[in-house]
Design a protein around this ligand. Structure first.
Ligand SMILES: C[S@@+](CC[C@H](N)C(=O)[O-])C[C@H]1O[C@@H](n2cnc3c(N)ncnc32)[C@H](O)[C@@H]1O
Ligand code: SF4
Length: 315
């Protein structure tokens, strides 16, 4: 099994309850013990992979847990924290840097209006925290979920962040899992929204913003794909990569074939503490797992959600 990425979800607890969140994240989800967390980090240190995404829940919600991760986990060049940015103050940043963690993706869904429509609160605080972060020379990108509201505010968000030195934006539509599966009108993009998105992308490319787009190709209208190729994007389509090139592990040692089904009891493939297992056994179990039977969200549509659209000049 050639593992490209591992999603490490130290905790499902979160301070927010975003409208579309695929994770069963909630305010009082139980936290793993420091001992468990340390063992999971040591397990991760013992296997080979390309990218590690540390997310959640909110990965920075508990300082003791963060300190444990920073002290135990060995970061690679492709280790990222994905965070809602609300706790990411100077103290946390200095701690991360001291242990070699230099990459952060912060989730922002537009300017204040769209962001807080979906995330409830926090826009001003995140912008203040970003102003602190950019003082340190670290790699920060923004992740924006594309809803009707965020598409309309994207250019304003970029105008706010470009002068702060943030140039990389990861845009993706809403994966229909968890709360994202609710038929909320603003989650389903119309032809008008895709037309608007094309115009927005044109503007951003002219401002030399680095963009990656992750969209469900079964929902993308034909004119959008043509338009985006005209803008110089390269289109790569992937099938579902669960249990093939990615898996997810939580702070309790449960391994799931895919981060979209974490937190759903009985869907984990194996728990690293339950058996005297080696990393090889774990990987074999994941490779042998049948995601179609295990994933409650499996559908033809979801099986195709890994389409990535890259402006070719950045490849
Ligand atoms: C689950 S969150 C965990 C990390 C952190 N709490 C945050 O919000 O960045 C990781 C990323 O997944 C995105 N996300 C959550 N639910 C989604 C969905 N249904 N479809 C697409 N992206 C989603 C979030 O916007 C965020 O950028
Ligand atoms: S998207 Fe992130 S911040 Fe929002 S509820 Fe989910 S885990 Fe929490």
């Amino acid at each position: 099994m050639d593992i490209r990425s591992i999603h490490f979800v130290p905790n499902l607890r979160c301070n927010l309850a975003c409208s579309y969140c695929y994770v069963a994240a909630h305010h009082n989800a139980s936290m793993p013990s420091l001992d468990n967390l340390k063992k999971v980090c040591l397990f991760l240190n013992s296997i080979d992979f390309m990218g590690l995404h540390i997310e959640g829940g909110e990965p920075f919600i508990n300082k003791e847990n963060v300190d444990c991760i920073l002290e135990t986990l060995k970061p690679t060049d492709e280790t990222y924290f994905i965070t809602n940015g609300m706790f990411l103050n100077e103290e946390y940043i200095k701690g991360c840097l001291a242990h070699g963690f230099r990459k952060f993706t912060i989730s922002i869904d537009g300017t204040k209006s769209a962001h807080e429509t979906h995330r409830g609160t926090g826009f001003d605080l995140i912008i203040e925290n970003i102003k602190e972060i950019v003082k340190f020379d670290i790699l920060t990108s923004i992740s924006t979920v594309l809803s009707k509201e965020s598409i309309q505010e994207l250019v304003f968000l970029v105008d706010l962040l470009l002068p702060l030195g943030i140039q990389e934006f990861r845009l993706g539509d809403i994966v229909q899992v968890g709360r994202g599966a609710i038929r909320n009108e603003s989650f389903i993009l119309s032809e008008f929204d895709y037309k608007l998105l094309l115009g927005v992308l044109d503007t951003l490319i002219n401002r030399r913003v680095k963009i990656s787009l992750s969209l469900n190709p079964l929902r993308v209208p034909h004119f959008f794909e043509e338009g985006i190729e005209g803008l110089g994007f390269e289109i790569k389509k992937y099938g579902c990569s669960a249990a093939k090139s990615q898996f997810c592990i939580d702070g309790f040692g449960n391994i799931y074939p895919c981060y979209n089904i974490l937190g759903i009891p009985s869907k984990e493939v194996i728990n690293i503490f339950e058996h005297n297992i080696t990393p090889e056994t774990v990987l074999a179990s994941i490779a042998n797992s049948d995601i179609k039977k295990k994933c409650p969200y499996y559908s033809e549509e979801n099986a195709h959600f890994y389409a990535r659209y890259y402006p070719s000049r950045y490849c």
